[in-house]
Design a protein around this ligand. Structure first.
Ligand code: DSN
Length: 438
């Protein structure tokens, strides 16, 4: 980045600091990953200069012949990767993807059901501080107090009572799989649309390691940067397109016809909620989907899961309480109440030790979102770095050293010691040009 360094030293310094941070510390935030050099080159390409409102072949701007190629490649690769008939790769983020679907199929005040934020759901699944809870009448469901798992009988009971127009399944901090078929059966009973938000486990789903939402859900949304290891962005998919049942029509030369749902969603993303698509990011999505179609990505996804399973088992062996009793995906939520440590304290001390996690509410938490009783840990980034089950065990040992010392006067000293171990561990597995070597 010689040009940047010469022209803008302040931003260059900030980026250099971030490079150092990512290189020398252990990244365990469940929603983060290291995109490949190829993905980052596409992100940093001249496609950032191009306006391309509209869709390939139907743009509001001239000069779109090359960005059309990139968007078509991204779309075709995503369809192959997830086995879906329709995809829109333009949402700037997972939140935009969810907003696109909600605004496309609902009217203000319509009822929705989604997993509560404090039980592992996402802001856009009906939180009162988000558009999803402000424009719509949101009813949130939780996990079972005893098992920490979603209980489909309770979901059905609630759906029959609420009679929502849309049910959202998917989570940001839930370590079990989703029974999409059972959710669809509930949605059909009450005449609701079903949307799965697979932002977190998308890479595992694409690799066939978790239940597939595509055959069961009307809409599937995702981000592209978590387990999918692409650039930061969002996407909407439909297993099969269908005539929209909302009465939305379009005039044709011969009269009027009902719009297909794909047309409704496309129109909601642009011009409904977005203007110009980020063509450099769409190109990078195409690169990432190409990578995810390779056999090495499947091996990666298998290892992500193995590392998480080993970590959860080891934590349980050290008397940590994993919400829902374990993990079937890439993350785990640890309830630290029996250790007498808050999520905030744990996050801060681990940060000092060179281990990055996030504090996280646990179900039925009595602490605020700024304090919390838990931390969330994920394995996508450490696995991209080349870490395996043996590293996973070592990492749990390091985290336990920090948490066990949290309430003692040795805390700071332990953090310094663990930081040295983390540095050595990361130094032994340098990031190759940031991200996986193809
Ligand atoms: N903020 C993301 C996460 O960390 O899970 C979800 O979008």
């Amino acid at each position: 980045m010689e040009v940047l360094q010469k022209q803008d030293n302040e931003i260059f310094d900030a980026i250099s600091g971030e490079v150092r941070r990512q290189t020398e510390t252990l990244e365990l935030i469940a929603s983060e990953n290291f995109a490949s050099r190829a993905v980052m080159e596409a992100c940093g390409s001249v496609m950032t200069n191009k306006y391309a409102e509209g869709y390939p072949g139907k743009r509001y701007y001239g000069g779109c012949e090359y960005v059309d190629v990139a968007e078509n490649l991204a779309r075709e690769r995503a369809k192959k990767l997830f086995g879906c008939e329709y995809v829109n790769v333009q949402p700037h983020s997972g939140s935009s993807a969810n907003m696109g679907v909600l605004f496309a199929v609902l009217k203000p005040g319509d009822k929705i059901m989604g997993l509560d934020l404090s039980h592992g759901g996402h802001l856009t699944h009906g939180s009162k501080v988000n558009f999803s809870g402000q424009f719509f009448e949101a009813h949130t469901y939780g996990v079972d107090r005893a098992t920490g798992c979603i209980d489909m009988n309770k979901i059905e009971e609630m759906a029959l009572q609420v009679r929502p127009k849309l049910i959202i399944c998917g989570a940001s901090a839930y370590s079990q799989g989703f029974d999409f078929k059972a959710f669809r059966s509930v949605a059909d009973k009450v005449g609701a649309f079903l949307m799965a938000d697979i932002a977190h486990p998308a890479g595992l789903i694409a690799s066939g390691l978790l239940n597939d939402p595509i055959p069961h859900c009307h809409f599937v949304t995702t981000t592209t940067h978590k387990t999918l290891r692409g650039p930061r962005g969002g996407m909407i998919m439909m297993g099969q397109d269908f005539e929209n049942p909302l009465g939305i029509t379009v005039k044709t030369k011969s009269g009027v016809r009902t719009k297909m749902m794909s047309e409704v969603i496309d129109a909601e993303i642009m011009p409904g909620i977005q203007g110009g698509p980020l063509m450099h990011i769409i190109a990078a999505k195409g690169v990432a989907f190409g990578e995810a179609l390779r056999p090495e990505f499947h091996d990666y996804a298998v290892q992500v899961r193995k590392n998480a399973a080993v970590m959860a088992d080891k934590f349980i062996g050290l008397d940590y309480h994993i919400v829902s009793g374990g993990t079937k995906n890439h993350l785990m939520l640890i309830d630290l109440r029996n250790k007498d440590v808050t999520g905030k304290v744990a996050e801060n001390l681990l940060h000092k030790a060179g281990i990055t996690v996030n504090k996280n509410m646990v179900p039925f938490d009595d602490k605020s979102p700024f304090v919390t009783s838990g931390i969330r840990i994920g394995t996508p980034a450490m696995t991209t770095r080349g870490m395996n089950e043996s590293h996973a065990e070592t990492i749990v040992g390091l985290i336990d050293r920090v948490i066990s010392a949290a309430n003692s006067d040795r805390a700071e000293k332990v953090c310094v010691q663990v930081r040295e171990d983390v540095k050595a561990m990361c130094g032994a597995l340098p990031l190759n040009d940031f991200g996986p070597t193809p």
